[in-house]
Design a protein around this ligand. Structure first.
Ligand code: UT7
Length: 333
């Protein structure tokens, strides 16, 4: 029988630098009221000068390994779109710093869907026998690519890292990742982008135009797509697992906007109370969003062993994806 990837460890890490809505209102033309009512966010955390995505990834990864009661993983997959450097990938150095020399290590870039894509990649490594255990880390430092003058993106995004350990096990076990459903629509890539800094701009020989090195997002169409794609994704995962949508106990969506969570709940006909939410405390942490929500979901008593849980992400690419599991016994670190 093909081995399943079983969730057995969970770790979270946030940088020290808290930025409250009041802090933003002191710098930009915005208010605490606008940010809370339009996004549900109260605060977010950002890295200090010199601190990078890999630093957050190491801390979250260390905690996930501790939570799993192990010091070893056969592979490290880092989901990020803010790597420490454009080249090489961030994962090999993270693996090395975690005391995992010689293991397979690479990055997955799917922006806010990165963690779900990395989970699917790790499940594939385990199913093929290429790895018996995988450390999957979602880590991003969007504060390093935001336009300091952009009140919308600065209100939304925060930095952070979340990690899980997956081990080879049986498909019927609690914690076994199943129902994976992934998708993309590259015809709409311009809705979420950093226009400059890649080969498209660099090969022209022209320097980037002012502001093109910053992250840019067209909020309204992205909002509509996020609601549609994550709703359809949750339905696809439930169907693949043979679950009825109304029997899903907890939904853990990418924390992009509290209004997106409410809209997906309404569209699916699942009570909003079944949606795990920590966006008020951390903002939109991109690839770290889903694993940080898992950690807070357990800490808040929202995620409990035996529940049928569906995870879903949506982000730049455009990309989306989802997975399901019966929540296992574990203690996050
Ligand atoms: O994580 C990956 C996927 N990302 C998402 O899913 C994000 C999806 N989009 C969103 O969450 C929302 O579209 C935003 C939070 C980004 C924006 O909220 P919105 O309700 O769609 O606002 P809007 O862009 O339509 O702007 C409404 C107004 C505008 O002013 P005018 O043109 O009506 O005068 C904006 O300039 O709100 C203004 N605005 C702000 N006002 C105060 C935009 N940002 C701010 C701000 N403070 N921070």
């Amino acid at each position: 029988m093909t081995a399943a990837a079983v969730l057995c460890g969970l770790g979270s890490w946030l940088p020290d630098g808290e930025v409250t809505n009041a802090d933003l209102a002191a710098q930009l033309d915005t208010t605490d009221d606008w940010i809370r009512t339009r996004t549900g966010i109260r605060t977010r955390y950002v890295v200090s000068p010199g601190e990078a995505t890999g630093d957050l990834a190491v801390e979250a990864g260390r905690r996930a390994l501790k939570s799993a009661g192990t010091e070893h993983a056969d592979a490290v997959v880092v989901a990020t779109s803010t790597p420490d450097r454009p080249c090489p990938a961030t994962a090999p150095e993270v693996a090395s710093r975690l005391g995992l020399p010689d293991v397979a290590a690479f990055d997955v870039a799917a922006v806010c869907t990165g963690f779900v894509y990395a989970l699917a990649t790790a499940a594939g490594l385990i199913a093929t026998g290429a790895a018996g255990s995988v450390l999957v880390i979602g880590a991003d430092t969007f504060s390093t690519i935001l336009d300091p003058a952009d009140r919308t993106t600065r209100a939304i995004f925060g930095d952070g890292a979340g990690a899980v350990v997956l081990r080879a096990g049986e498909p019927g076990e609690a914690g076994a990742i199943g129902g994976l459903a992934l998708g993309s629509d590259g015809s709409r890539s311009e809705l979420i982008e950093v226009p400059a800094g890649g080969s498209r701009q660099r090969s022209t020989g022209r320097p980037a135009a002012p502001g093109e090195e910053y992250f840019a997002m067209q909020g309204r169409p992205v909002f509509a797509e996020a609601v549609r794609r994550m709703s359809e994704s949750v339905e696809a995962t439930a169907a693949r697992l043979g679950w009825r949508v109304e029997d899903v106990d907890r939904v853990v969506l990418h924390q992009a906007n509290a209004r997106i969570l409410a809209a997906v709940a309404a569209r699916l006909g699942i009570p909003a109370e079944r949606f795990v939410a920590n966006i008020d405390r951390v903002g939109n942490t991109v690839a770290a969003s889903v694993p940080l929500a898992l950690g807070d979901g357990v800490a808040d008593g929202e995620l409990r062993p035996g529940q049928q849980v569906v995870l879903a992400g949506f982000g730049g690419g455009l990309t989306w994806g989802s997975a399901g599991l019966v929540w296992p016994e574990l203690t996050p670190a």
